[in-house]
Design a protein around this ligand. Structure first.
Ligand SMILES: [Zn+2]
Length: 455
């Protein structure tokens, strides 16, 4: 295809998965596939990343639109595909420079019409890298065979002249502008300097005025202090005078007090002499009174003591008499028992009466007349002796006989209380042996107690 010098050519490139340009066609060819006139059999059944490219007569890229496209099994573009490539390229933003200034770029992240974003993709945006490098090379190679008509020599000459005229005009305008700017700058600087001088003068004036004010204030303050100092001095003098007066007064008072003290001391000395005599007299009186009291009390006590001694003597005599009487009565009693009791008992025995007593452990005992008095005196001792054991032993056995339990104590101090075999005869009874359970019998200890026994 042939384009004019000032026209832009349009092509479509397809990329492989590793971003290589694998298929190139001019835009008219793509349009033919799109309209269903010619299928692209080699692209059948493929989803491809593609780019619409516009470039100028110097084969430099000026616009790119990166779009996605799907080919059917017959090699036609999918029916649903509708991306207005040329329209998008017109509203594109600026991308990398590929030799003709920044290219106009449309891709997924830079889409002027948001409804088409889904049909676009994002290339590597670095100039001279990735897809842009491939695009620039493919345009330069120009396999599609795009041609531009050669420019007319007359037109070229006119363009050259116009260019020269333009450059001359630019120079003169630049010169004029520079001169004007210089003048304006100078004027402005002069104005600024003038203003600054004025401001400096104002500041200086202000400062002088401020210093003057400060001086006036300072003087006034110094004057105030001087007045205050004078006042203080005057007050000090007054205080001094008053102090002197007070001192004189105090001295007078001290003298007066000294006189008074001397007077009272003399008086006190006199008073002390008479008081001493009085005291002595009082002391003597007191001592005499005290002696009289003591004397009276002692006499009274002595009398009471004598009375008690007499009483004691009387009692002692009475006691002796009573003891004698008791002895007499005892003898009489013994005589009576010996004579009449035995006689009665002997008579009873002769008449066939016998005295029988039942005692545990001893059974029935027939008492002879001669033993009756000793039996009456202490039946237990009598029975114990009858059984051939001590009274303590008999009592212990008796306790065991009535309640046959273990009387040993545990280490906690409690009595064991275990039921044990009853020993029928006091003679067979052994302390700490027959009155203990099996366990405590083996394990004899000094804690064992004999019930009823005397220590
Ligand atoms: Zn026990």
């Amino acid at each position: 295809m042939i384009f004019d010098q000032d026209e832009h050519a349009s092509v479509v490139f397809f990329f492989s998965d590793d971003s290589e340009v694998v298929r190139e066609m001019n835009y008219a060819e793509y349009q033919a596939i799109l309209d269903g006139y010619v299928p692209a059999v080699d692209l059948a059944n493929r989803d491809l990343n593609a780019v619409y490219v516009e470039f100028n007569a110097k084969y430099k890229v000026v616009a790119t639109v990166f779009f996605l496209v799907r080919f059917t099994s017959l090699g036609y573009v999918d029916d649903r595909w509708s991306v207005p490539l040329m329209q998008l390229a017109r509203f594109a933003s600026k991308g990398p420079d590929l030799g003709a200034g920044p290219v106009r770029l449309v891709c997924a992240s830079r889409c002027p019409m948001k409804q088409y974003t889904a049909g676009l993709w994002d290339p590597d945006l670095r100039s001279g890298k990735g897809e842009f490098k491939g695009i620039a090379e493919a345009v330069k190679r120009n396999r599609v065979g795009i041609m531009f008509r050669d420019p007319d020599p007359e037109q070229l000459r006119q363009e050259k002249e116009a260019e020269e005229a333009r450059q001359i005009m630019e120079k003169s305008i630049a010169m004029r502008l520079r001169n004007k700017m210089d003048q304006e700058f100078r004027d402005h600087m002069a104005q600024v300097i003038k203003e600054q001088r004025l401001r400096t003068q104002t500041i200086l004036n202000d400062k002088e005025r401020y210093i003057r004010d400060l001086k006036v204030q300072q003087n006034a303050r110094v004057e105030d202090y001087r007045t205050m100092l004078e006042e203080q001095k005057r007050m000090l003098e007054q205080e001094r005078e008053r102090n002197a007066a007070l001192k004189e007064t105090i001295e007078g008072q001290a003298q007066k007090i000294q006189g008074l003290r001397e007077y009272f001391e003399v008086k006190l000395e006199k008073a002390e002499g008479s008081e001493q005599d009085q005291l002595e007299q009082l002391k003597q009186n007191y001592e005499m009174e005290m002696d009289a009291h003591v004397e009276a009390a002692t006499t009274e006590l002595k009398e009471m003591l004598q009375l008690r001694e007499v009483e004691l003597l009387y009692r002692s005599e009475q006691e002796t008499k009573l003891l004698e009487e008791i002895n007499t009565l005892r003898e009489q009693n013994q005589g009576l028992v010996d004579n009449s009791g035995d006689n009665i008992l002997s008579k009873l025995m002769e008449k066939g009466v016998s005295f029988v007593t039942y005692q545990p452990g001893a059974g029935h005992i027939t008492l002879p007349v001669s033993d009756i008095s000793s039996y009456l005196e202490n039946p237990t001792a009598y029975v114990a002796s009858f059984c051939g054991v001590t009274e303590a032993h008999y009592n212990a056995w008796l306790e065991h006989y009535h309640v046959p339990i273990c009387r040993a104590t545990h280490s906690s101090g409690e009595m064991c209380g275990e039921n044990i075999h009853r020993v029928e005869s006091p003679v067979d009874f052994v302390f700490g042996e027959t009155d203990c359970c099996h366990k405590h019998r083996k394990n004899k200890s000094p804690q064992l107690k004999v019930a009823g026994s005397n220590p």
